[in-house]
Ligand binder design. Structure first.
Ligand code: NAD
Length: 482
C-alpha cells in the first residue's frame, strides 16, 4: 500500500478538488515525506459552509431511519476498508498496527451506535410536557442546530472525528470538517468512504488546512451554528473567542493531567499493567493519559520496581513491526516538546528512574523510551502540565484522602483510574475524584454509550452517548392555548 504524490485536500458539495495550501505529510517513524495534501483557506471554508447551508433544508427533514441507514453504510465502508485505514493511521500517526485496529473498531462502533439513536428519533421527536394548567398544552422537540464546524487533532485522527461526525449527522446537521494538518490522511480516507455512502452532496464537507487558514475562519463564520473542537487548551481559547463574535455554540475537548491511584489493597500486577497502558498507549499522546501515578506507601517500592521493569521491557519499534508495543511520536515538534519537558523536569529536581531519550537501536524517527520520574516537585511543569508523551510521574501517598487531594489538585479533570481490591472503597474513591470518567481496576475502555469529557479546564460539554447527540440539537417548546 502507498500514497499518491499529491492528494486533493478539499471535498466540497460532493466534489474533490485541490486547494492552494500545500501540506507536507510526514511518516513519523521514518521522517520521510508520505505525500503532499493540497488544502484550502478562507475561500474554501466559505464554499464549504455555503454548500452545507444549502444542503441543510433537505437533510434536516430526512427521517431518523434515513439518516441511520447512511450512518450504517459509513460503518460498513469503514469495516470494508479496515486494513487500508489501519495502514494509513500507522503511516501518518506512528501508532502501532494493533492500536490502529482499535481506532478503526471504535469508529465503526460509534457510527453504528448513532445509527441506532437516529432510528429511534422517528419514534417521537416531540414529547408532551406536563403543565400546572388545563388552559395550555406544551410539547418539546429537538431539532438539528444547523451547519456545524468540526475541528480535530492528530492523536486519534478518525476517532475524534467519528465522535463528532456521527452524532452531528444523526441529529440532522450539515458538517464542515477540518482535520489536523499533521494527520489529514485518515480523514481523507474516511471522506472517500462517506462519498460512497449515499449521503446527499453538501451534507458533509472536508477542508484540509492549517488552523489559521481554515480553523479560524470556520470558527468565525456567522452561518456556522456550532463549533465542536478537540485539541489544546491554547487553541480552544482562540476558538471560543472567535466563536463568541457570533454567539456560536461551542463544545471543547481539551487537555488533561489525569491520575491513576494504586490503593493499599491493589493487585500489584494489575496496577503495573494499568499504569503502563494509561501512560504509554499511543506513546502517551492521549488527553486521558494517566500521567500521575499515585501509590500507597506500603506498595510503593515494589510497584516502582515492577513498573520500571515493565517500562524497560516495552518494545519501541516501527509501527509495522509485528512485535511493536510502542510506536513513534507524531512529529518533530511534538518530539522536541516532550524532550523539553523531560529536561525541565530534571532541572526542577525530579529523579529520572528510566527512559528519558531515544532508544539506542533507533537512529531516526520520533521514537522515545517509556520514561518514569519520581520525586517530581508539585509546582513543576512536569507535575502540573500536560506532557503528551510517554512520561509517567510516580508519587507515594500515606492516606487515601491525600491521594484524592493530589489527584484533584489540577486545572484539568478529564479522567482518573483507581486500582483496589475492596470494590466499595474503590467506588467511594472514584466518587471523590473530579473527573468526567473514572475506571476501577479497568483499562481505559471507552463505549459509545458512556460520555466522554471532563471537569474544569478539560472540557466544555460531553461527547458520546445521548449527550453527544444533544450537543448538535436545539430545544424547542411549543405552547398552545386549549
Ligand atoms: P491543537 O490545539 O494544536 O490543534 C487542534 C486542531 O485545531 C487542529 O486541527 C489545528 O489545525 C486546529 N487549530 C489550530 N489553531 C487554530 C485556530 N486558531 N482556530 C481554529 N482551529 C485551530 O492540538 P493538537 O496538537 O492537534 O492535539 C493535541 C491536543 O489535543 C492536546 O492538548 C490534547 O490533550 C488534546 N486532545 C484532547 C482530547 C479530549 O477528548 N479531551 C482528545 C484528543 C486530544
Amino acid at each position: 500500500m502507498s500514497f499518491p504524490i499529491t492528494l486533493d485536500g478539499l471535498y466540497i458539495d460532493g466534489q474533490w478538488s485541490a486547494g492552494d495550501e500545500h501540506l507536507r505529510v510526514i511518516n513519523p517513524a521514518t521522517e520521510a515525506l508520505l505525500t503532499t495534501v493540497n488544502g484550502g483557506d478562507e475561500r474554501a471554508v466559505d464554499l464549504a459552509v455555503t454548500a452545507a447551508s444549502a444542503a441543510f433544508a433537505d437533510w434536516s427533514h430526512t427521517t431518523g431511519r434515513q439518516r441511520g441507514a447512511i450512518l450504517r453504510a459509513i460503518a460498513s465502508g469503514v469495516q470494508a476498508r479496515r486494513e487500508r485505514l489501519m495502514f494509513v493511521q500507522s503511516s501518518n500517526n506512528g501508532k502501532p498496527q494493533f492500536e490502529a485496529g482499535i481506532d478503526v473498531d471504535d469508529v465503526i462502533a460509534t457510527f453504528e451506535y448513532y445509527a441506532g439513536l437516529a432510528d429511534a428519533m422517528d419514534g417521537g421527536l416531540d414529547r408532551m410536557v406536563e403543565l400546572p394548567s388545563d388552559d395550555f398544552a406544551a410539547r418539546v422537540r429537538r431539532e438539528p442546530c444547523g451547519v456545524v464546524g468540526l475541528i480535530v487533532p492528530w492523536n486519534f485522527p478518525m476517532v475524534t472525528t467519528a465522535w463528532k461526525l456521527a452524532p452531528a449527522l444523526a441529529a440532522g446537521c450539515c458538517v464542515v470538517l477540518k482535520p489536523s494538518e499533521v494527520t489529514p490522511l485518515p480523514e481523507l480516507e474516511l471522506a472517500a468512504i462517506i462519498a460512497e455512502s449515499g449521503l446527499p452532496k453538501g451534507v458533509f464537507n472536508l477542508v484540509c488546512g492549517t488552523g489559521l487558514a481554515v480553523g479560524a475562519p470556520l470558527s468565525g463564520d456567522p452561518r456556522v451554528a456550532k463549533i465542536s473542537f478537540t485539541g489544546s487548551n491554547a487553541v480552544g481559547v482562540q476558538v471560543m473567542q472567535r466563536a463568541a463574535e457570533t454567539i456560536k455554540g461551542v463544545s471543547l475537548e481539551l487537555g488533561g493531567k489525569s491520575s491513576l491511584l494504586v490503593l493499599a489493597d491493589a493487585d500489584l500486577d494489575l496496577a503495573v499493567e494499568l499504569a503502563s497502558g494509561g501512560g504509554f498507549f499511543n506513546a502517551g499522546q492521549m488527553c486521558s493519559a494517566t500521567s500521575r501515578v499515585l501509590v500507597a506507601d506500603e506498595l510503593a517500592d515494589e510497584f516502582l520496581r515492577r513498573l520500571t521493569a515493565k517500562a524497560e521491557s516495552i518494545r519501541v519499534a516501527d509501527p509495522f513491526d509485528p512485535d511493536v508495543e510502542m510506536g513513534a511520536l507524531v512529529n518533530q515538534a511534538q518530539y522536541q516538546r516532550v524532550l523539553g519537558h523531560i529536561d525541565r523536569g530534571l532541572s526542577a529536581g525530579a529523579r529520572l528512574v528510566c527512559g528519558g531519550g531515544r532508544p539506542a537501536d533507533l537512529s531516526r524517527g520520533y521514537f522515545l523510551q517509556p520514561t518514569i520520574f519520581t520525586d517530581v516537585p508539585r509546582d513543576s511543569a512536569l507535575w502540573c502540565e500536560e506532557i503528551f508523551g510517554p512520561v509517567l510521574c510516580v508519587r507515594r501517598f500515606a492516606t487515601e484522602q491525600e491521594a484524592i487531594a493530589l489527584a484533584n489538585d489540577s486545572q484539568f479533570g478529564l479522567v482518573a483510574s483507581v486500582v483496589g481490591a475492596d470494590v466499595a472503597n474503590a467506588e467511594r474513591v472514584a466518587n471523590a475524584l473530579q473527573a468526567g470518567l473514572v475506571w476501577i481496576n479497568a483499562p481505559q475502555v471507552i463505549f459509545p454509550q458512556t460520555a466522554w469529557g471532563g471537569y474544569k479546564q478539560s472540557s466544555l460539554g460531553r461527547e458520546l452517548g445521548p449527550w453527544g447527540l444533544q450537543a448538535f440539537q436545539e430545544i424547542k417548546h411549543v405552547i398552545r392555548a386549549l
